[in-house]
Every structure is written in C-alpha cells, then in structure tokens.
Design a protein around this ligand. Structure first.
Ligand code: 0O2
Length: 267
C-alpha cells in the first residue's frame, strides 16, 4: 500500500487520539480544580506505527483490506492511575459517557496474563468528523496503575530485545517482579486514605492560595497601596502557619473586602 494511502487511513485515528487526550486531561483538570482527587493520574496516547500494524496483521493472518476492522488498537490511549480501585472508577466513568461506547472489555487485573501482565483493556467505538463526513473508529484504552505500567514498560522492552527467545532466567525474574508489583499495589491501597488526604489538602490549599493572590492583585487596582501591602503581609503570616482553616477564613475576609470596593466603584 502506498505511503500516502496509509496516511489517509491513519489520519482519523490520529484525530481520535488527540480528541480523547483533550477529554481525559480535562477530567484530570476538572477534579483538581474542584479540589478533588482525580482517579486519573496521567494519560498518554499514540497511533500504532505502520510497521507495528503490518507485524500484527502478519501474526494474526489479517488481510490488508480487513486491517481497520480487525486491528482494534490502531488508536491507543493509556490511562495511568495511582491505585487499583481508581482503575474501576475510570472504567465506570467511561461507561457513563455518550461519546465513547464500550464494545469490548478485558480484565487482566483479576485475570492476569501468563506473562504476569496486568491492566484493564477497553475497546471503544468513537466518532470523528473528517472532511468526508463522520467516521466511526475503534480505539483501545488501557487502564493500569503506575506500578503495573512500570512493569509492562520494562517487560515490553525486554520482549522487543529478545523477540520470542526471552531467556528463562529473565522470564522467571519478570514473573517474580510481577508478584512484587501485586504486593506493592495492595500495600499502596491500604495507605490510600492517608495519601489521598495529603493530596486533597495540597489541591485545596493550592486553589485557595491562587484565589487569594488574584484578589490581592485586583485590590492593587482599586485600594490604597499601604492597605494592600498590609493585607499581603498578613497573608504571608497566615501562610507560614500552614493552617488551612485560617487560610480559608482569610480568603473569605478578602472576598468581602473586594466586594466592598466593587460596590463603592459602582456608586
Ligand atoms: P503494542 O506494541 O503495545 O501495541 P494477543 O492476541 O493476546 O497477543 P490482542 O488480542 O491484541 O493480543 O489483545 P491483548 O492481549 O489485549 O493485547 C493488546 C495490547 O496489550 C498489546 O498490544 C500490548 O500493548 C498490551 N499487552 C498485552 N499483553 C502484554 C504483555 O504480556 N506484556 C506487555 N508489556 N504488554 C502486553 P500489542 O499490539 O501486542 O503491542
């Protein structure tokens, strides 16, 4: 097949990956802006390379004309979570969306693969708008924890290095490492509450500080400079106490002062 034709075939998949990345990143941002813990830690995406598509087609005996129908991971999204529970939250989140329809599911978390690989896979139907109209494509979404991703990345590189001849010693080590990853994920889940509390208060504090700084910046335009400098000094003093409640109260007081100035300017 000509390179130009490949480009045309892959274009809608690239568009789908770009769009889905924007959507998943927006979910992360929305959670964080609301001062909430995001079940999605990070998201990446890729379009399968032509050589990788051809390799898979050859391995599975897929005809060239059936490529798009039979290879479901030409568009691939990888969602990384901190904890195993988050993976199932993300699956539900995707299940409830109207722009991605799940048509296939593989739970390699509860049923890990022979290799030790763990991850949750979804195949979704997704529509993209092209110059020639709406095109329905399939995309694979892999959802896994940071620890599972670490294992899969290392194992994938070793698979690539040894092709089908991975030495038994390395295979055994990878199996042992996969077991260790299960223990690590379990341990992290058991301290999840502690970790999430710390991360939540970090996000809440970041949002309050950002509000306070915007308020102070706006006050510079309307209030007496000396008064604003005093407010700023008071802010630094409270900030250093690391007391979230005091910071929250200070933010409310500052809102009231700002509203007062706004009311004055309308008179
Ligand atoms: P790439 O290079 O990541 O795109 P199968 O017939 O079982 O071999 P199938 O039917 O395509 O594969 O589906 P499966 O098993 O869900 O695998 C799809 C993708 O999951 C793979 O894509 C890998 O990305 C990942 N994966 C599956 N098994 C393993 C594994 O043992 N180790 C690692 N590191 N990744 C795995 P590709 O196209 O094989 O590879």
């Amino acid at each position: 097949m000509e390179i130009q034709l490949w480009r045309e075939i892959l274009e809608p998949y690239a568009l789908a990956v770009d769009e889905m990345l924007v959507k998943f990143n927006h979910i992360i941002e929305a959670y964080r802006k609301a001062g909430m813990y995001s079940p999605i830690e990070q998201v990446t995406g890729r379009v399968k390379t032509i050589s990788s598509i051809l390799e898979k087609a050859q391995k599975k005996g897929i005809k060239l004309e059936d490529l798009e129908k039979s290879i479901e991971d030409i568009a691939g999204i990888r969602i990384i979570c901190q904890f195993v529970d988050d993976i199932f939250k993300v699956v539900d989140l995707i299940r409830n969306r109207t722009d991605m329809h799940i048509i296939g599911e593989k739970d390699y978390i509860r049923n890990k693969k022979e290799s030790g690989y763990r991850s949750y896979h979804l195949i979704v139907r997704y529509n993209v708008e092209t110059l020639h109209g709406t095109k329905e494509i399939h995309a694979e979404i892999q959802i896994r924890t940071l620890a599972m991703n670490f294992w899969a990345t290392v194992e994938h590189s070793l698979q690539y290095k040894y092709k089908r001849n991975m030495p038994e010693k390395i295979r055994t080590r990878l199996h042992n490492a996969a077991e260790a990853i299960v223990v690590l994920d379990d341990e992290m889940s058991s301290v999840r509450g502690e970790i999430m509390d710390a991360q939540n208060s970090f996000n809440i504090k970041a949002n309050i500080v950002s509000d306070i700084l915007t308020n102070i910046q706006n006050l510079y335009k309307v209030a007496n400079k000396n008064e604003v400098v005093k407010i700023q000094e008071e802010f630094f003093r409270i900030y250093e106490t690391e007391d979230l409640n005091k910071l929250e109260q200070f933010n409310k007081d500052l809102d009231a002062i700002s509203q007062g100035y706004r009311a004055q300017s309308l008179r």
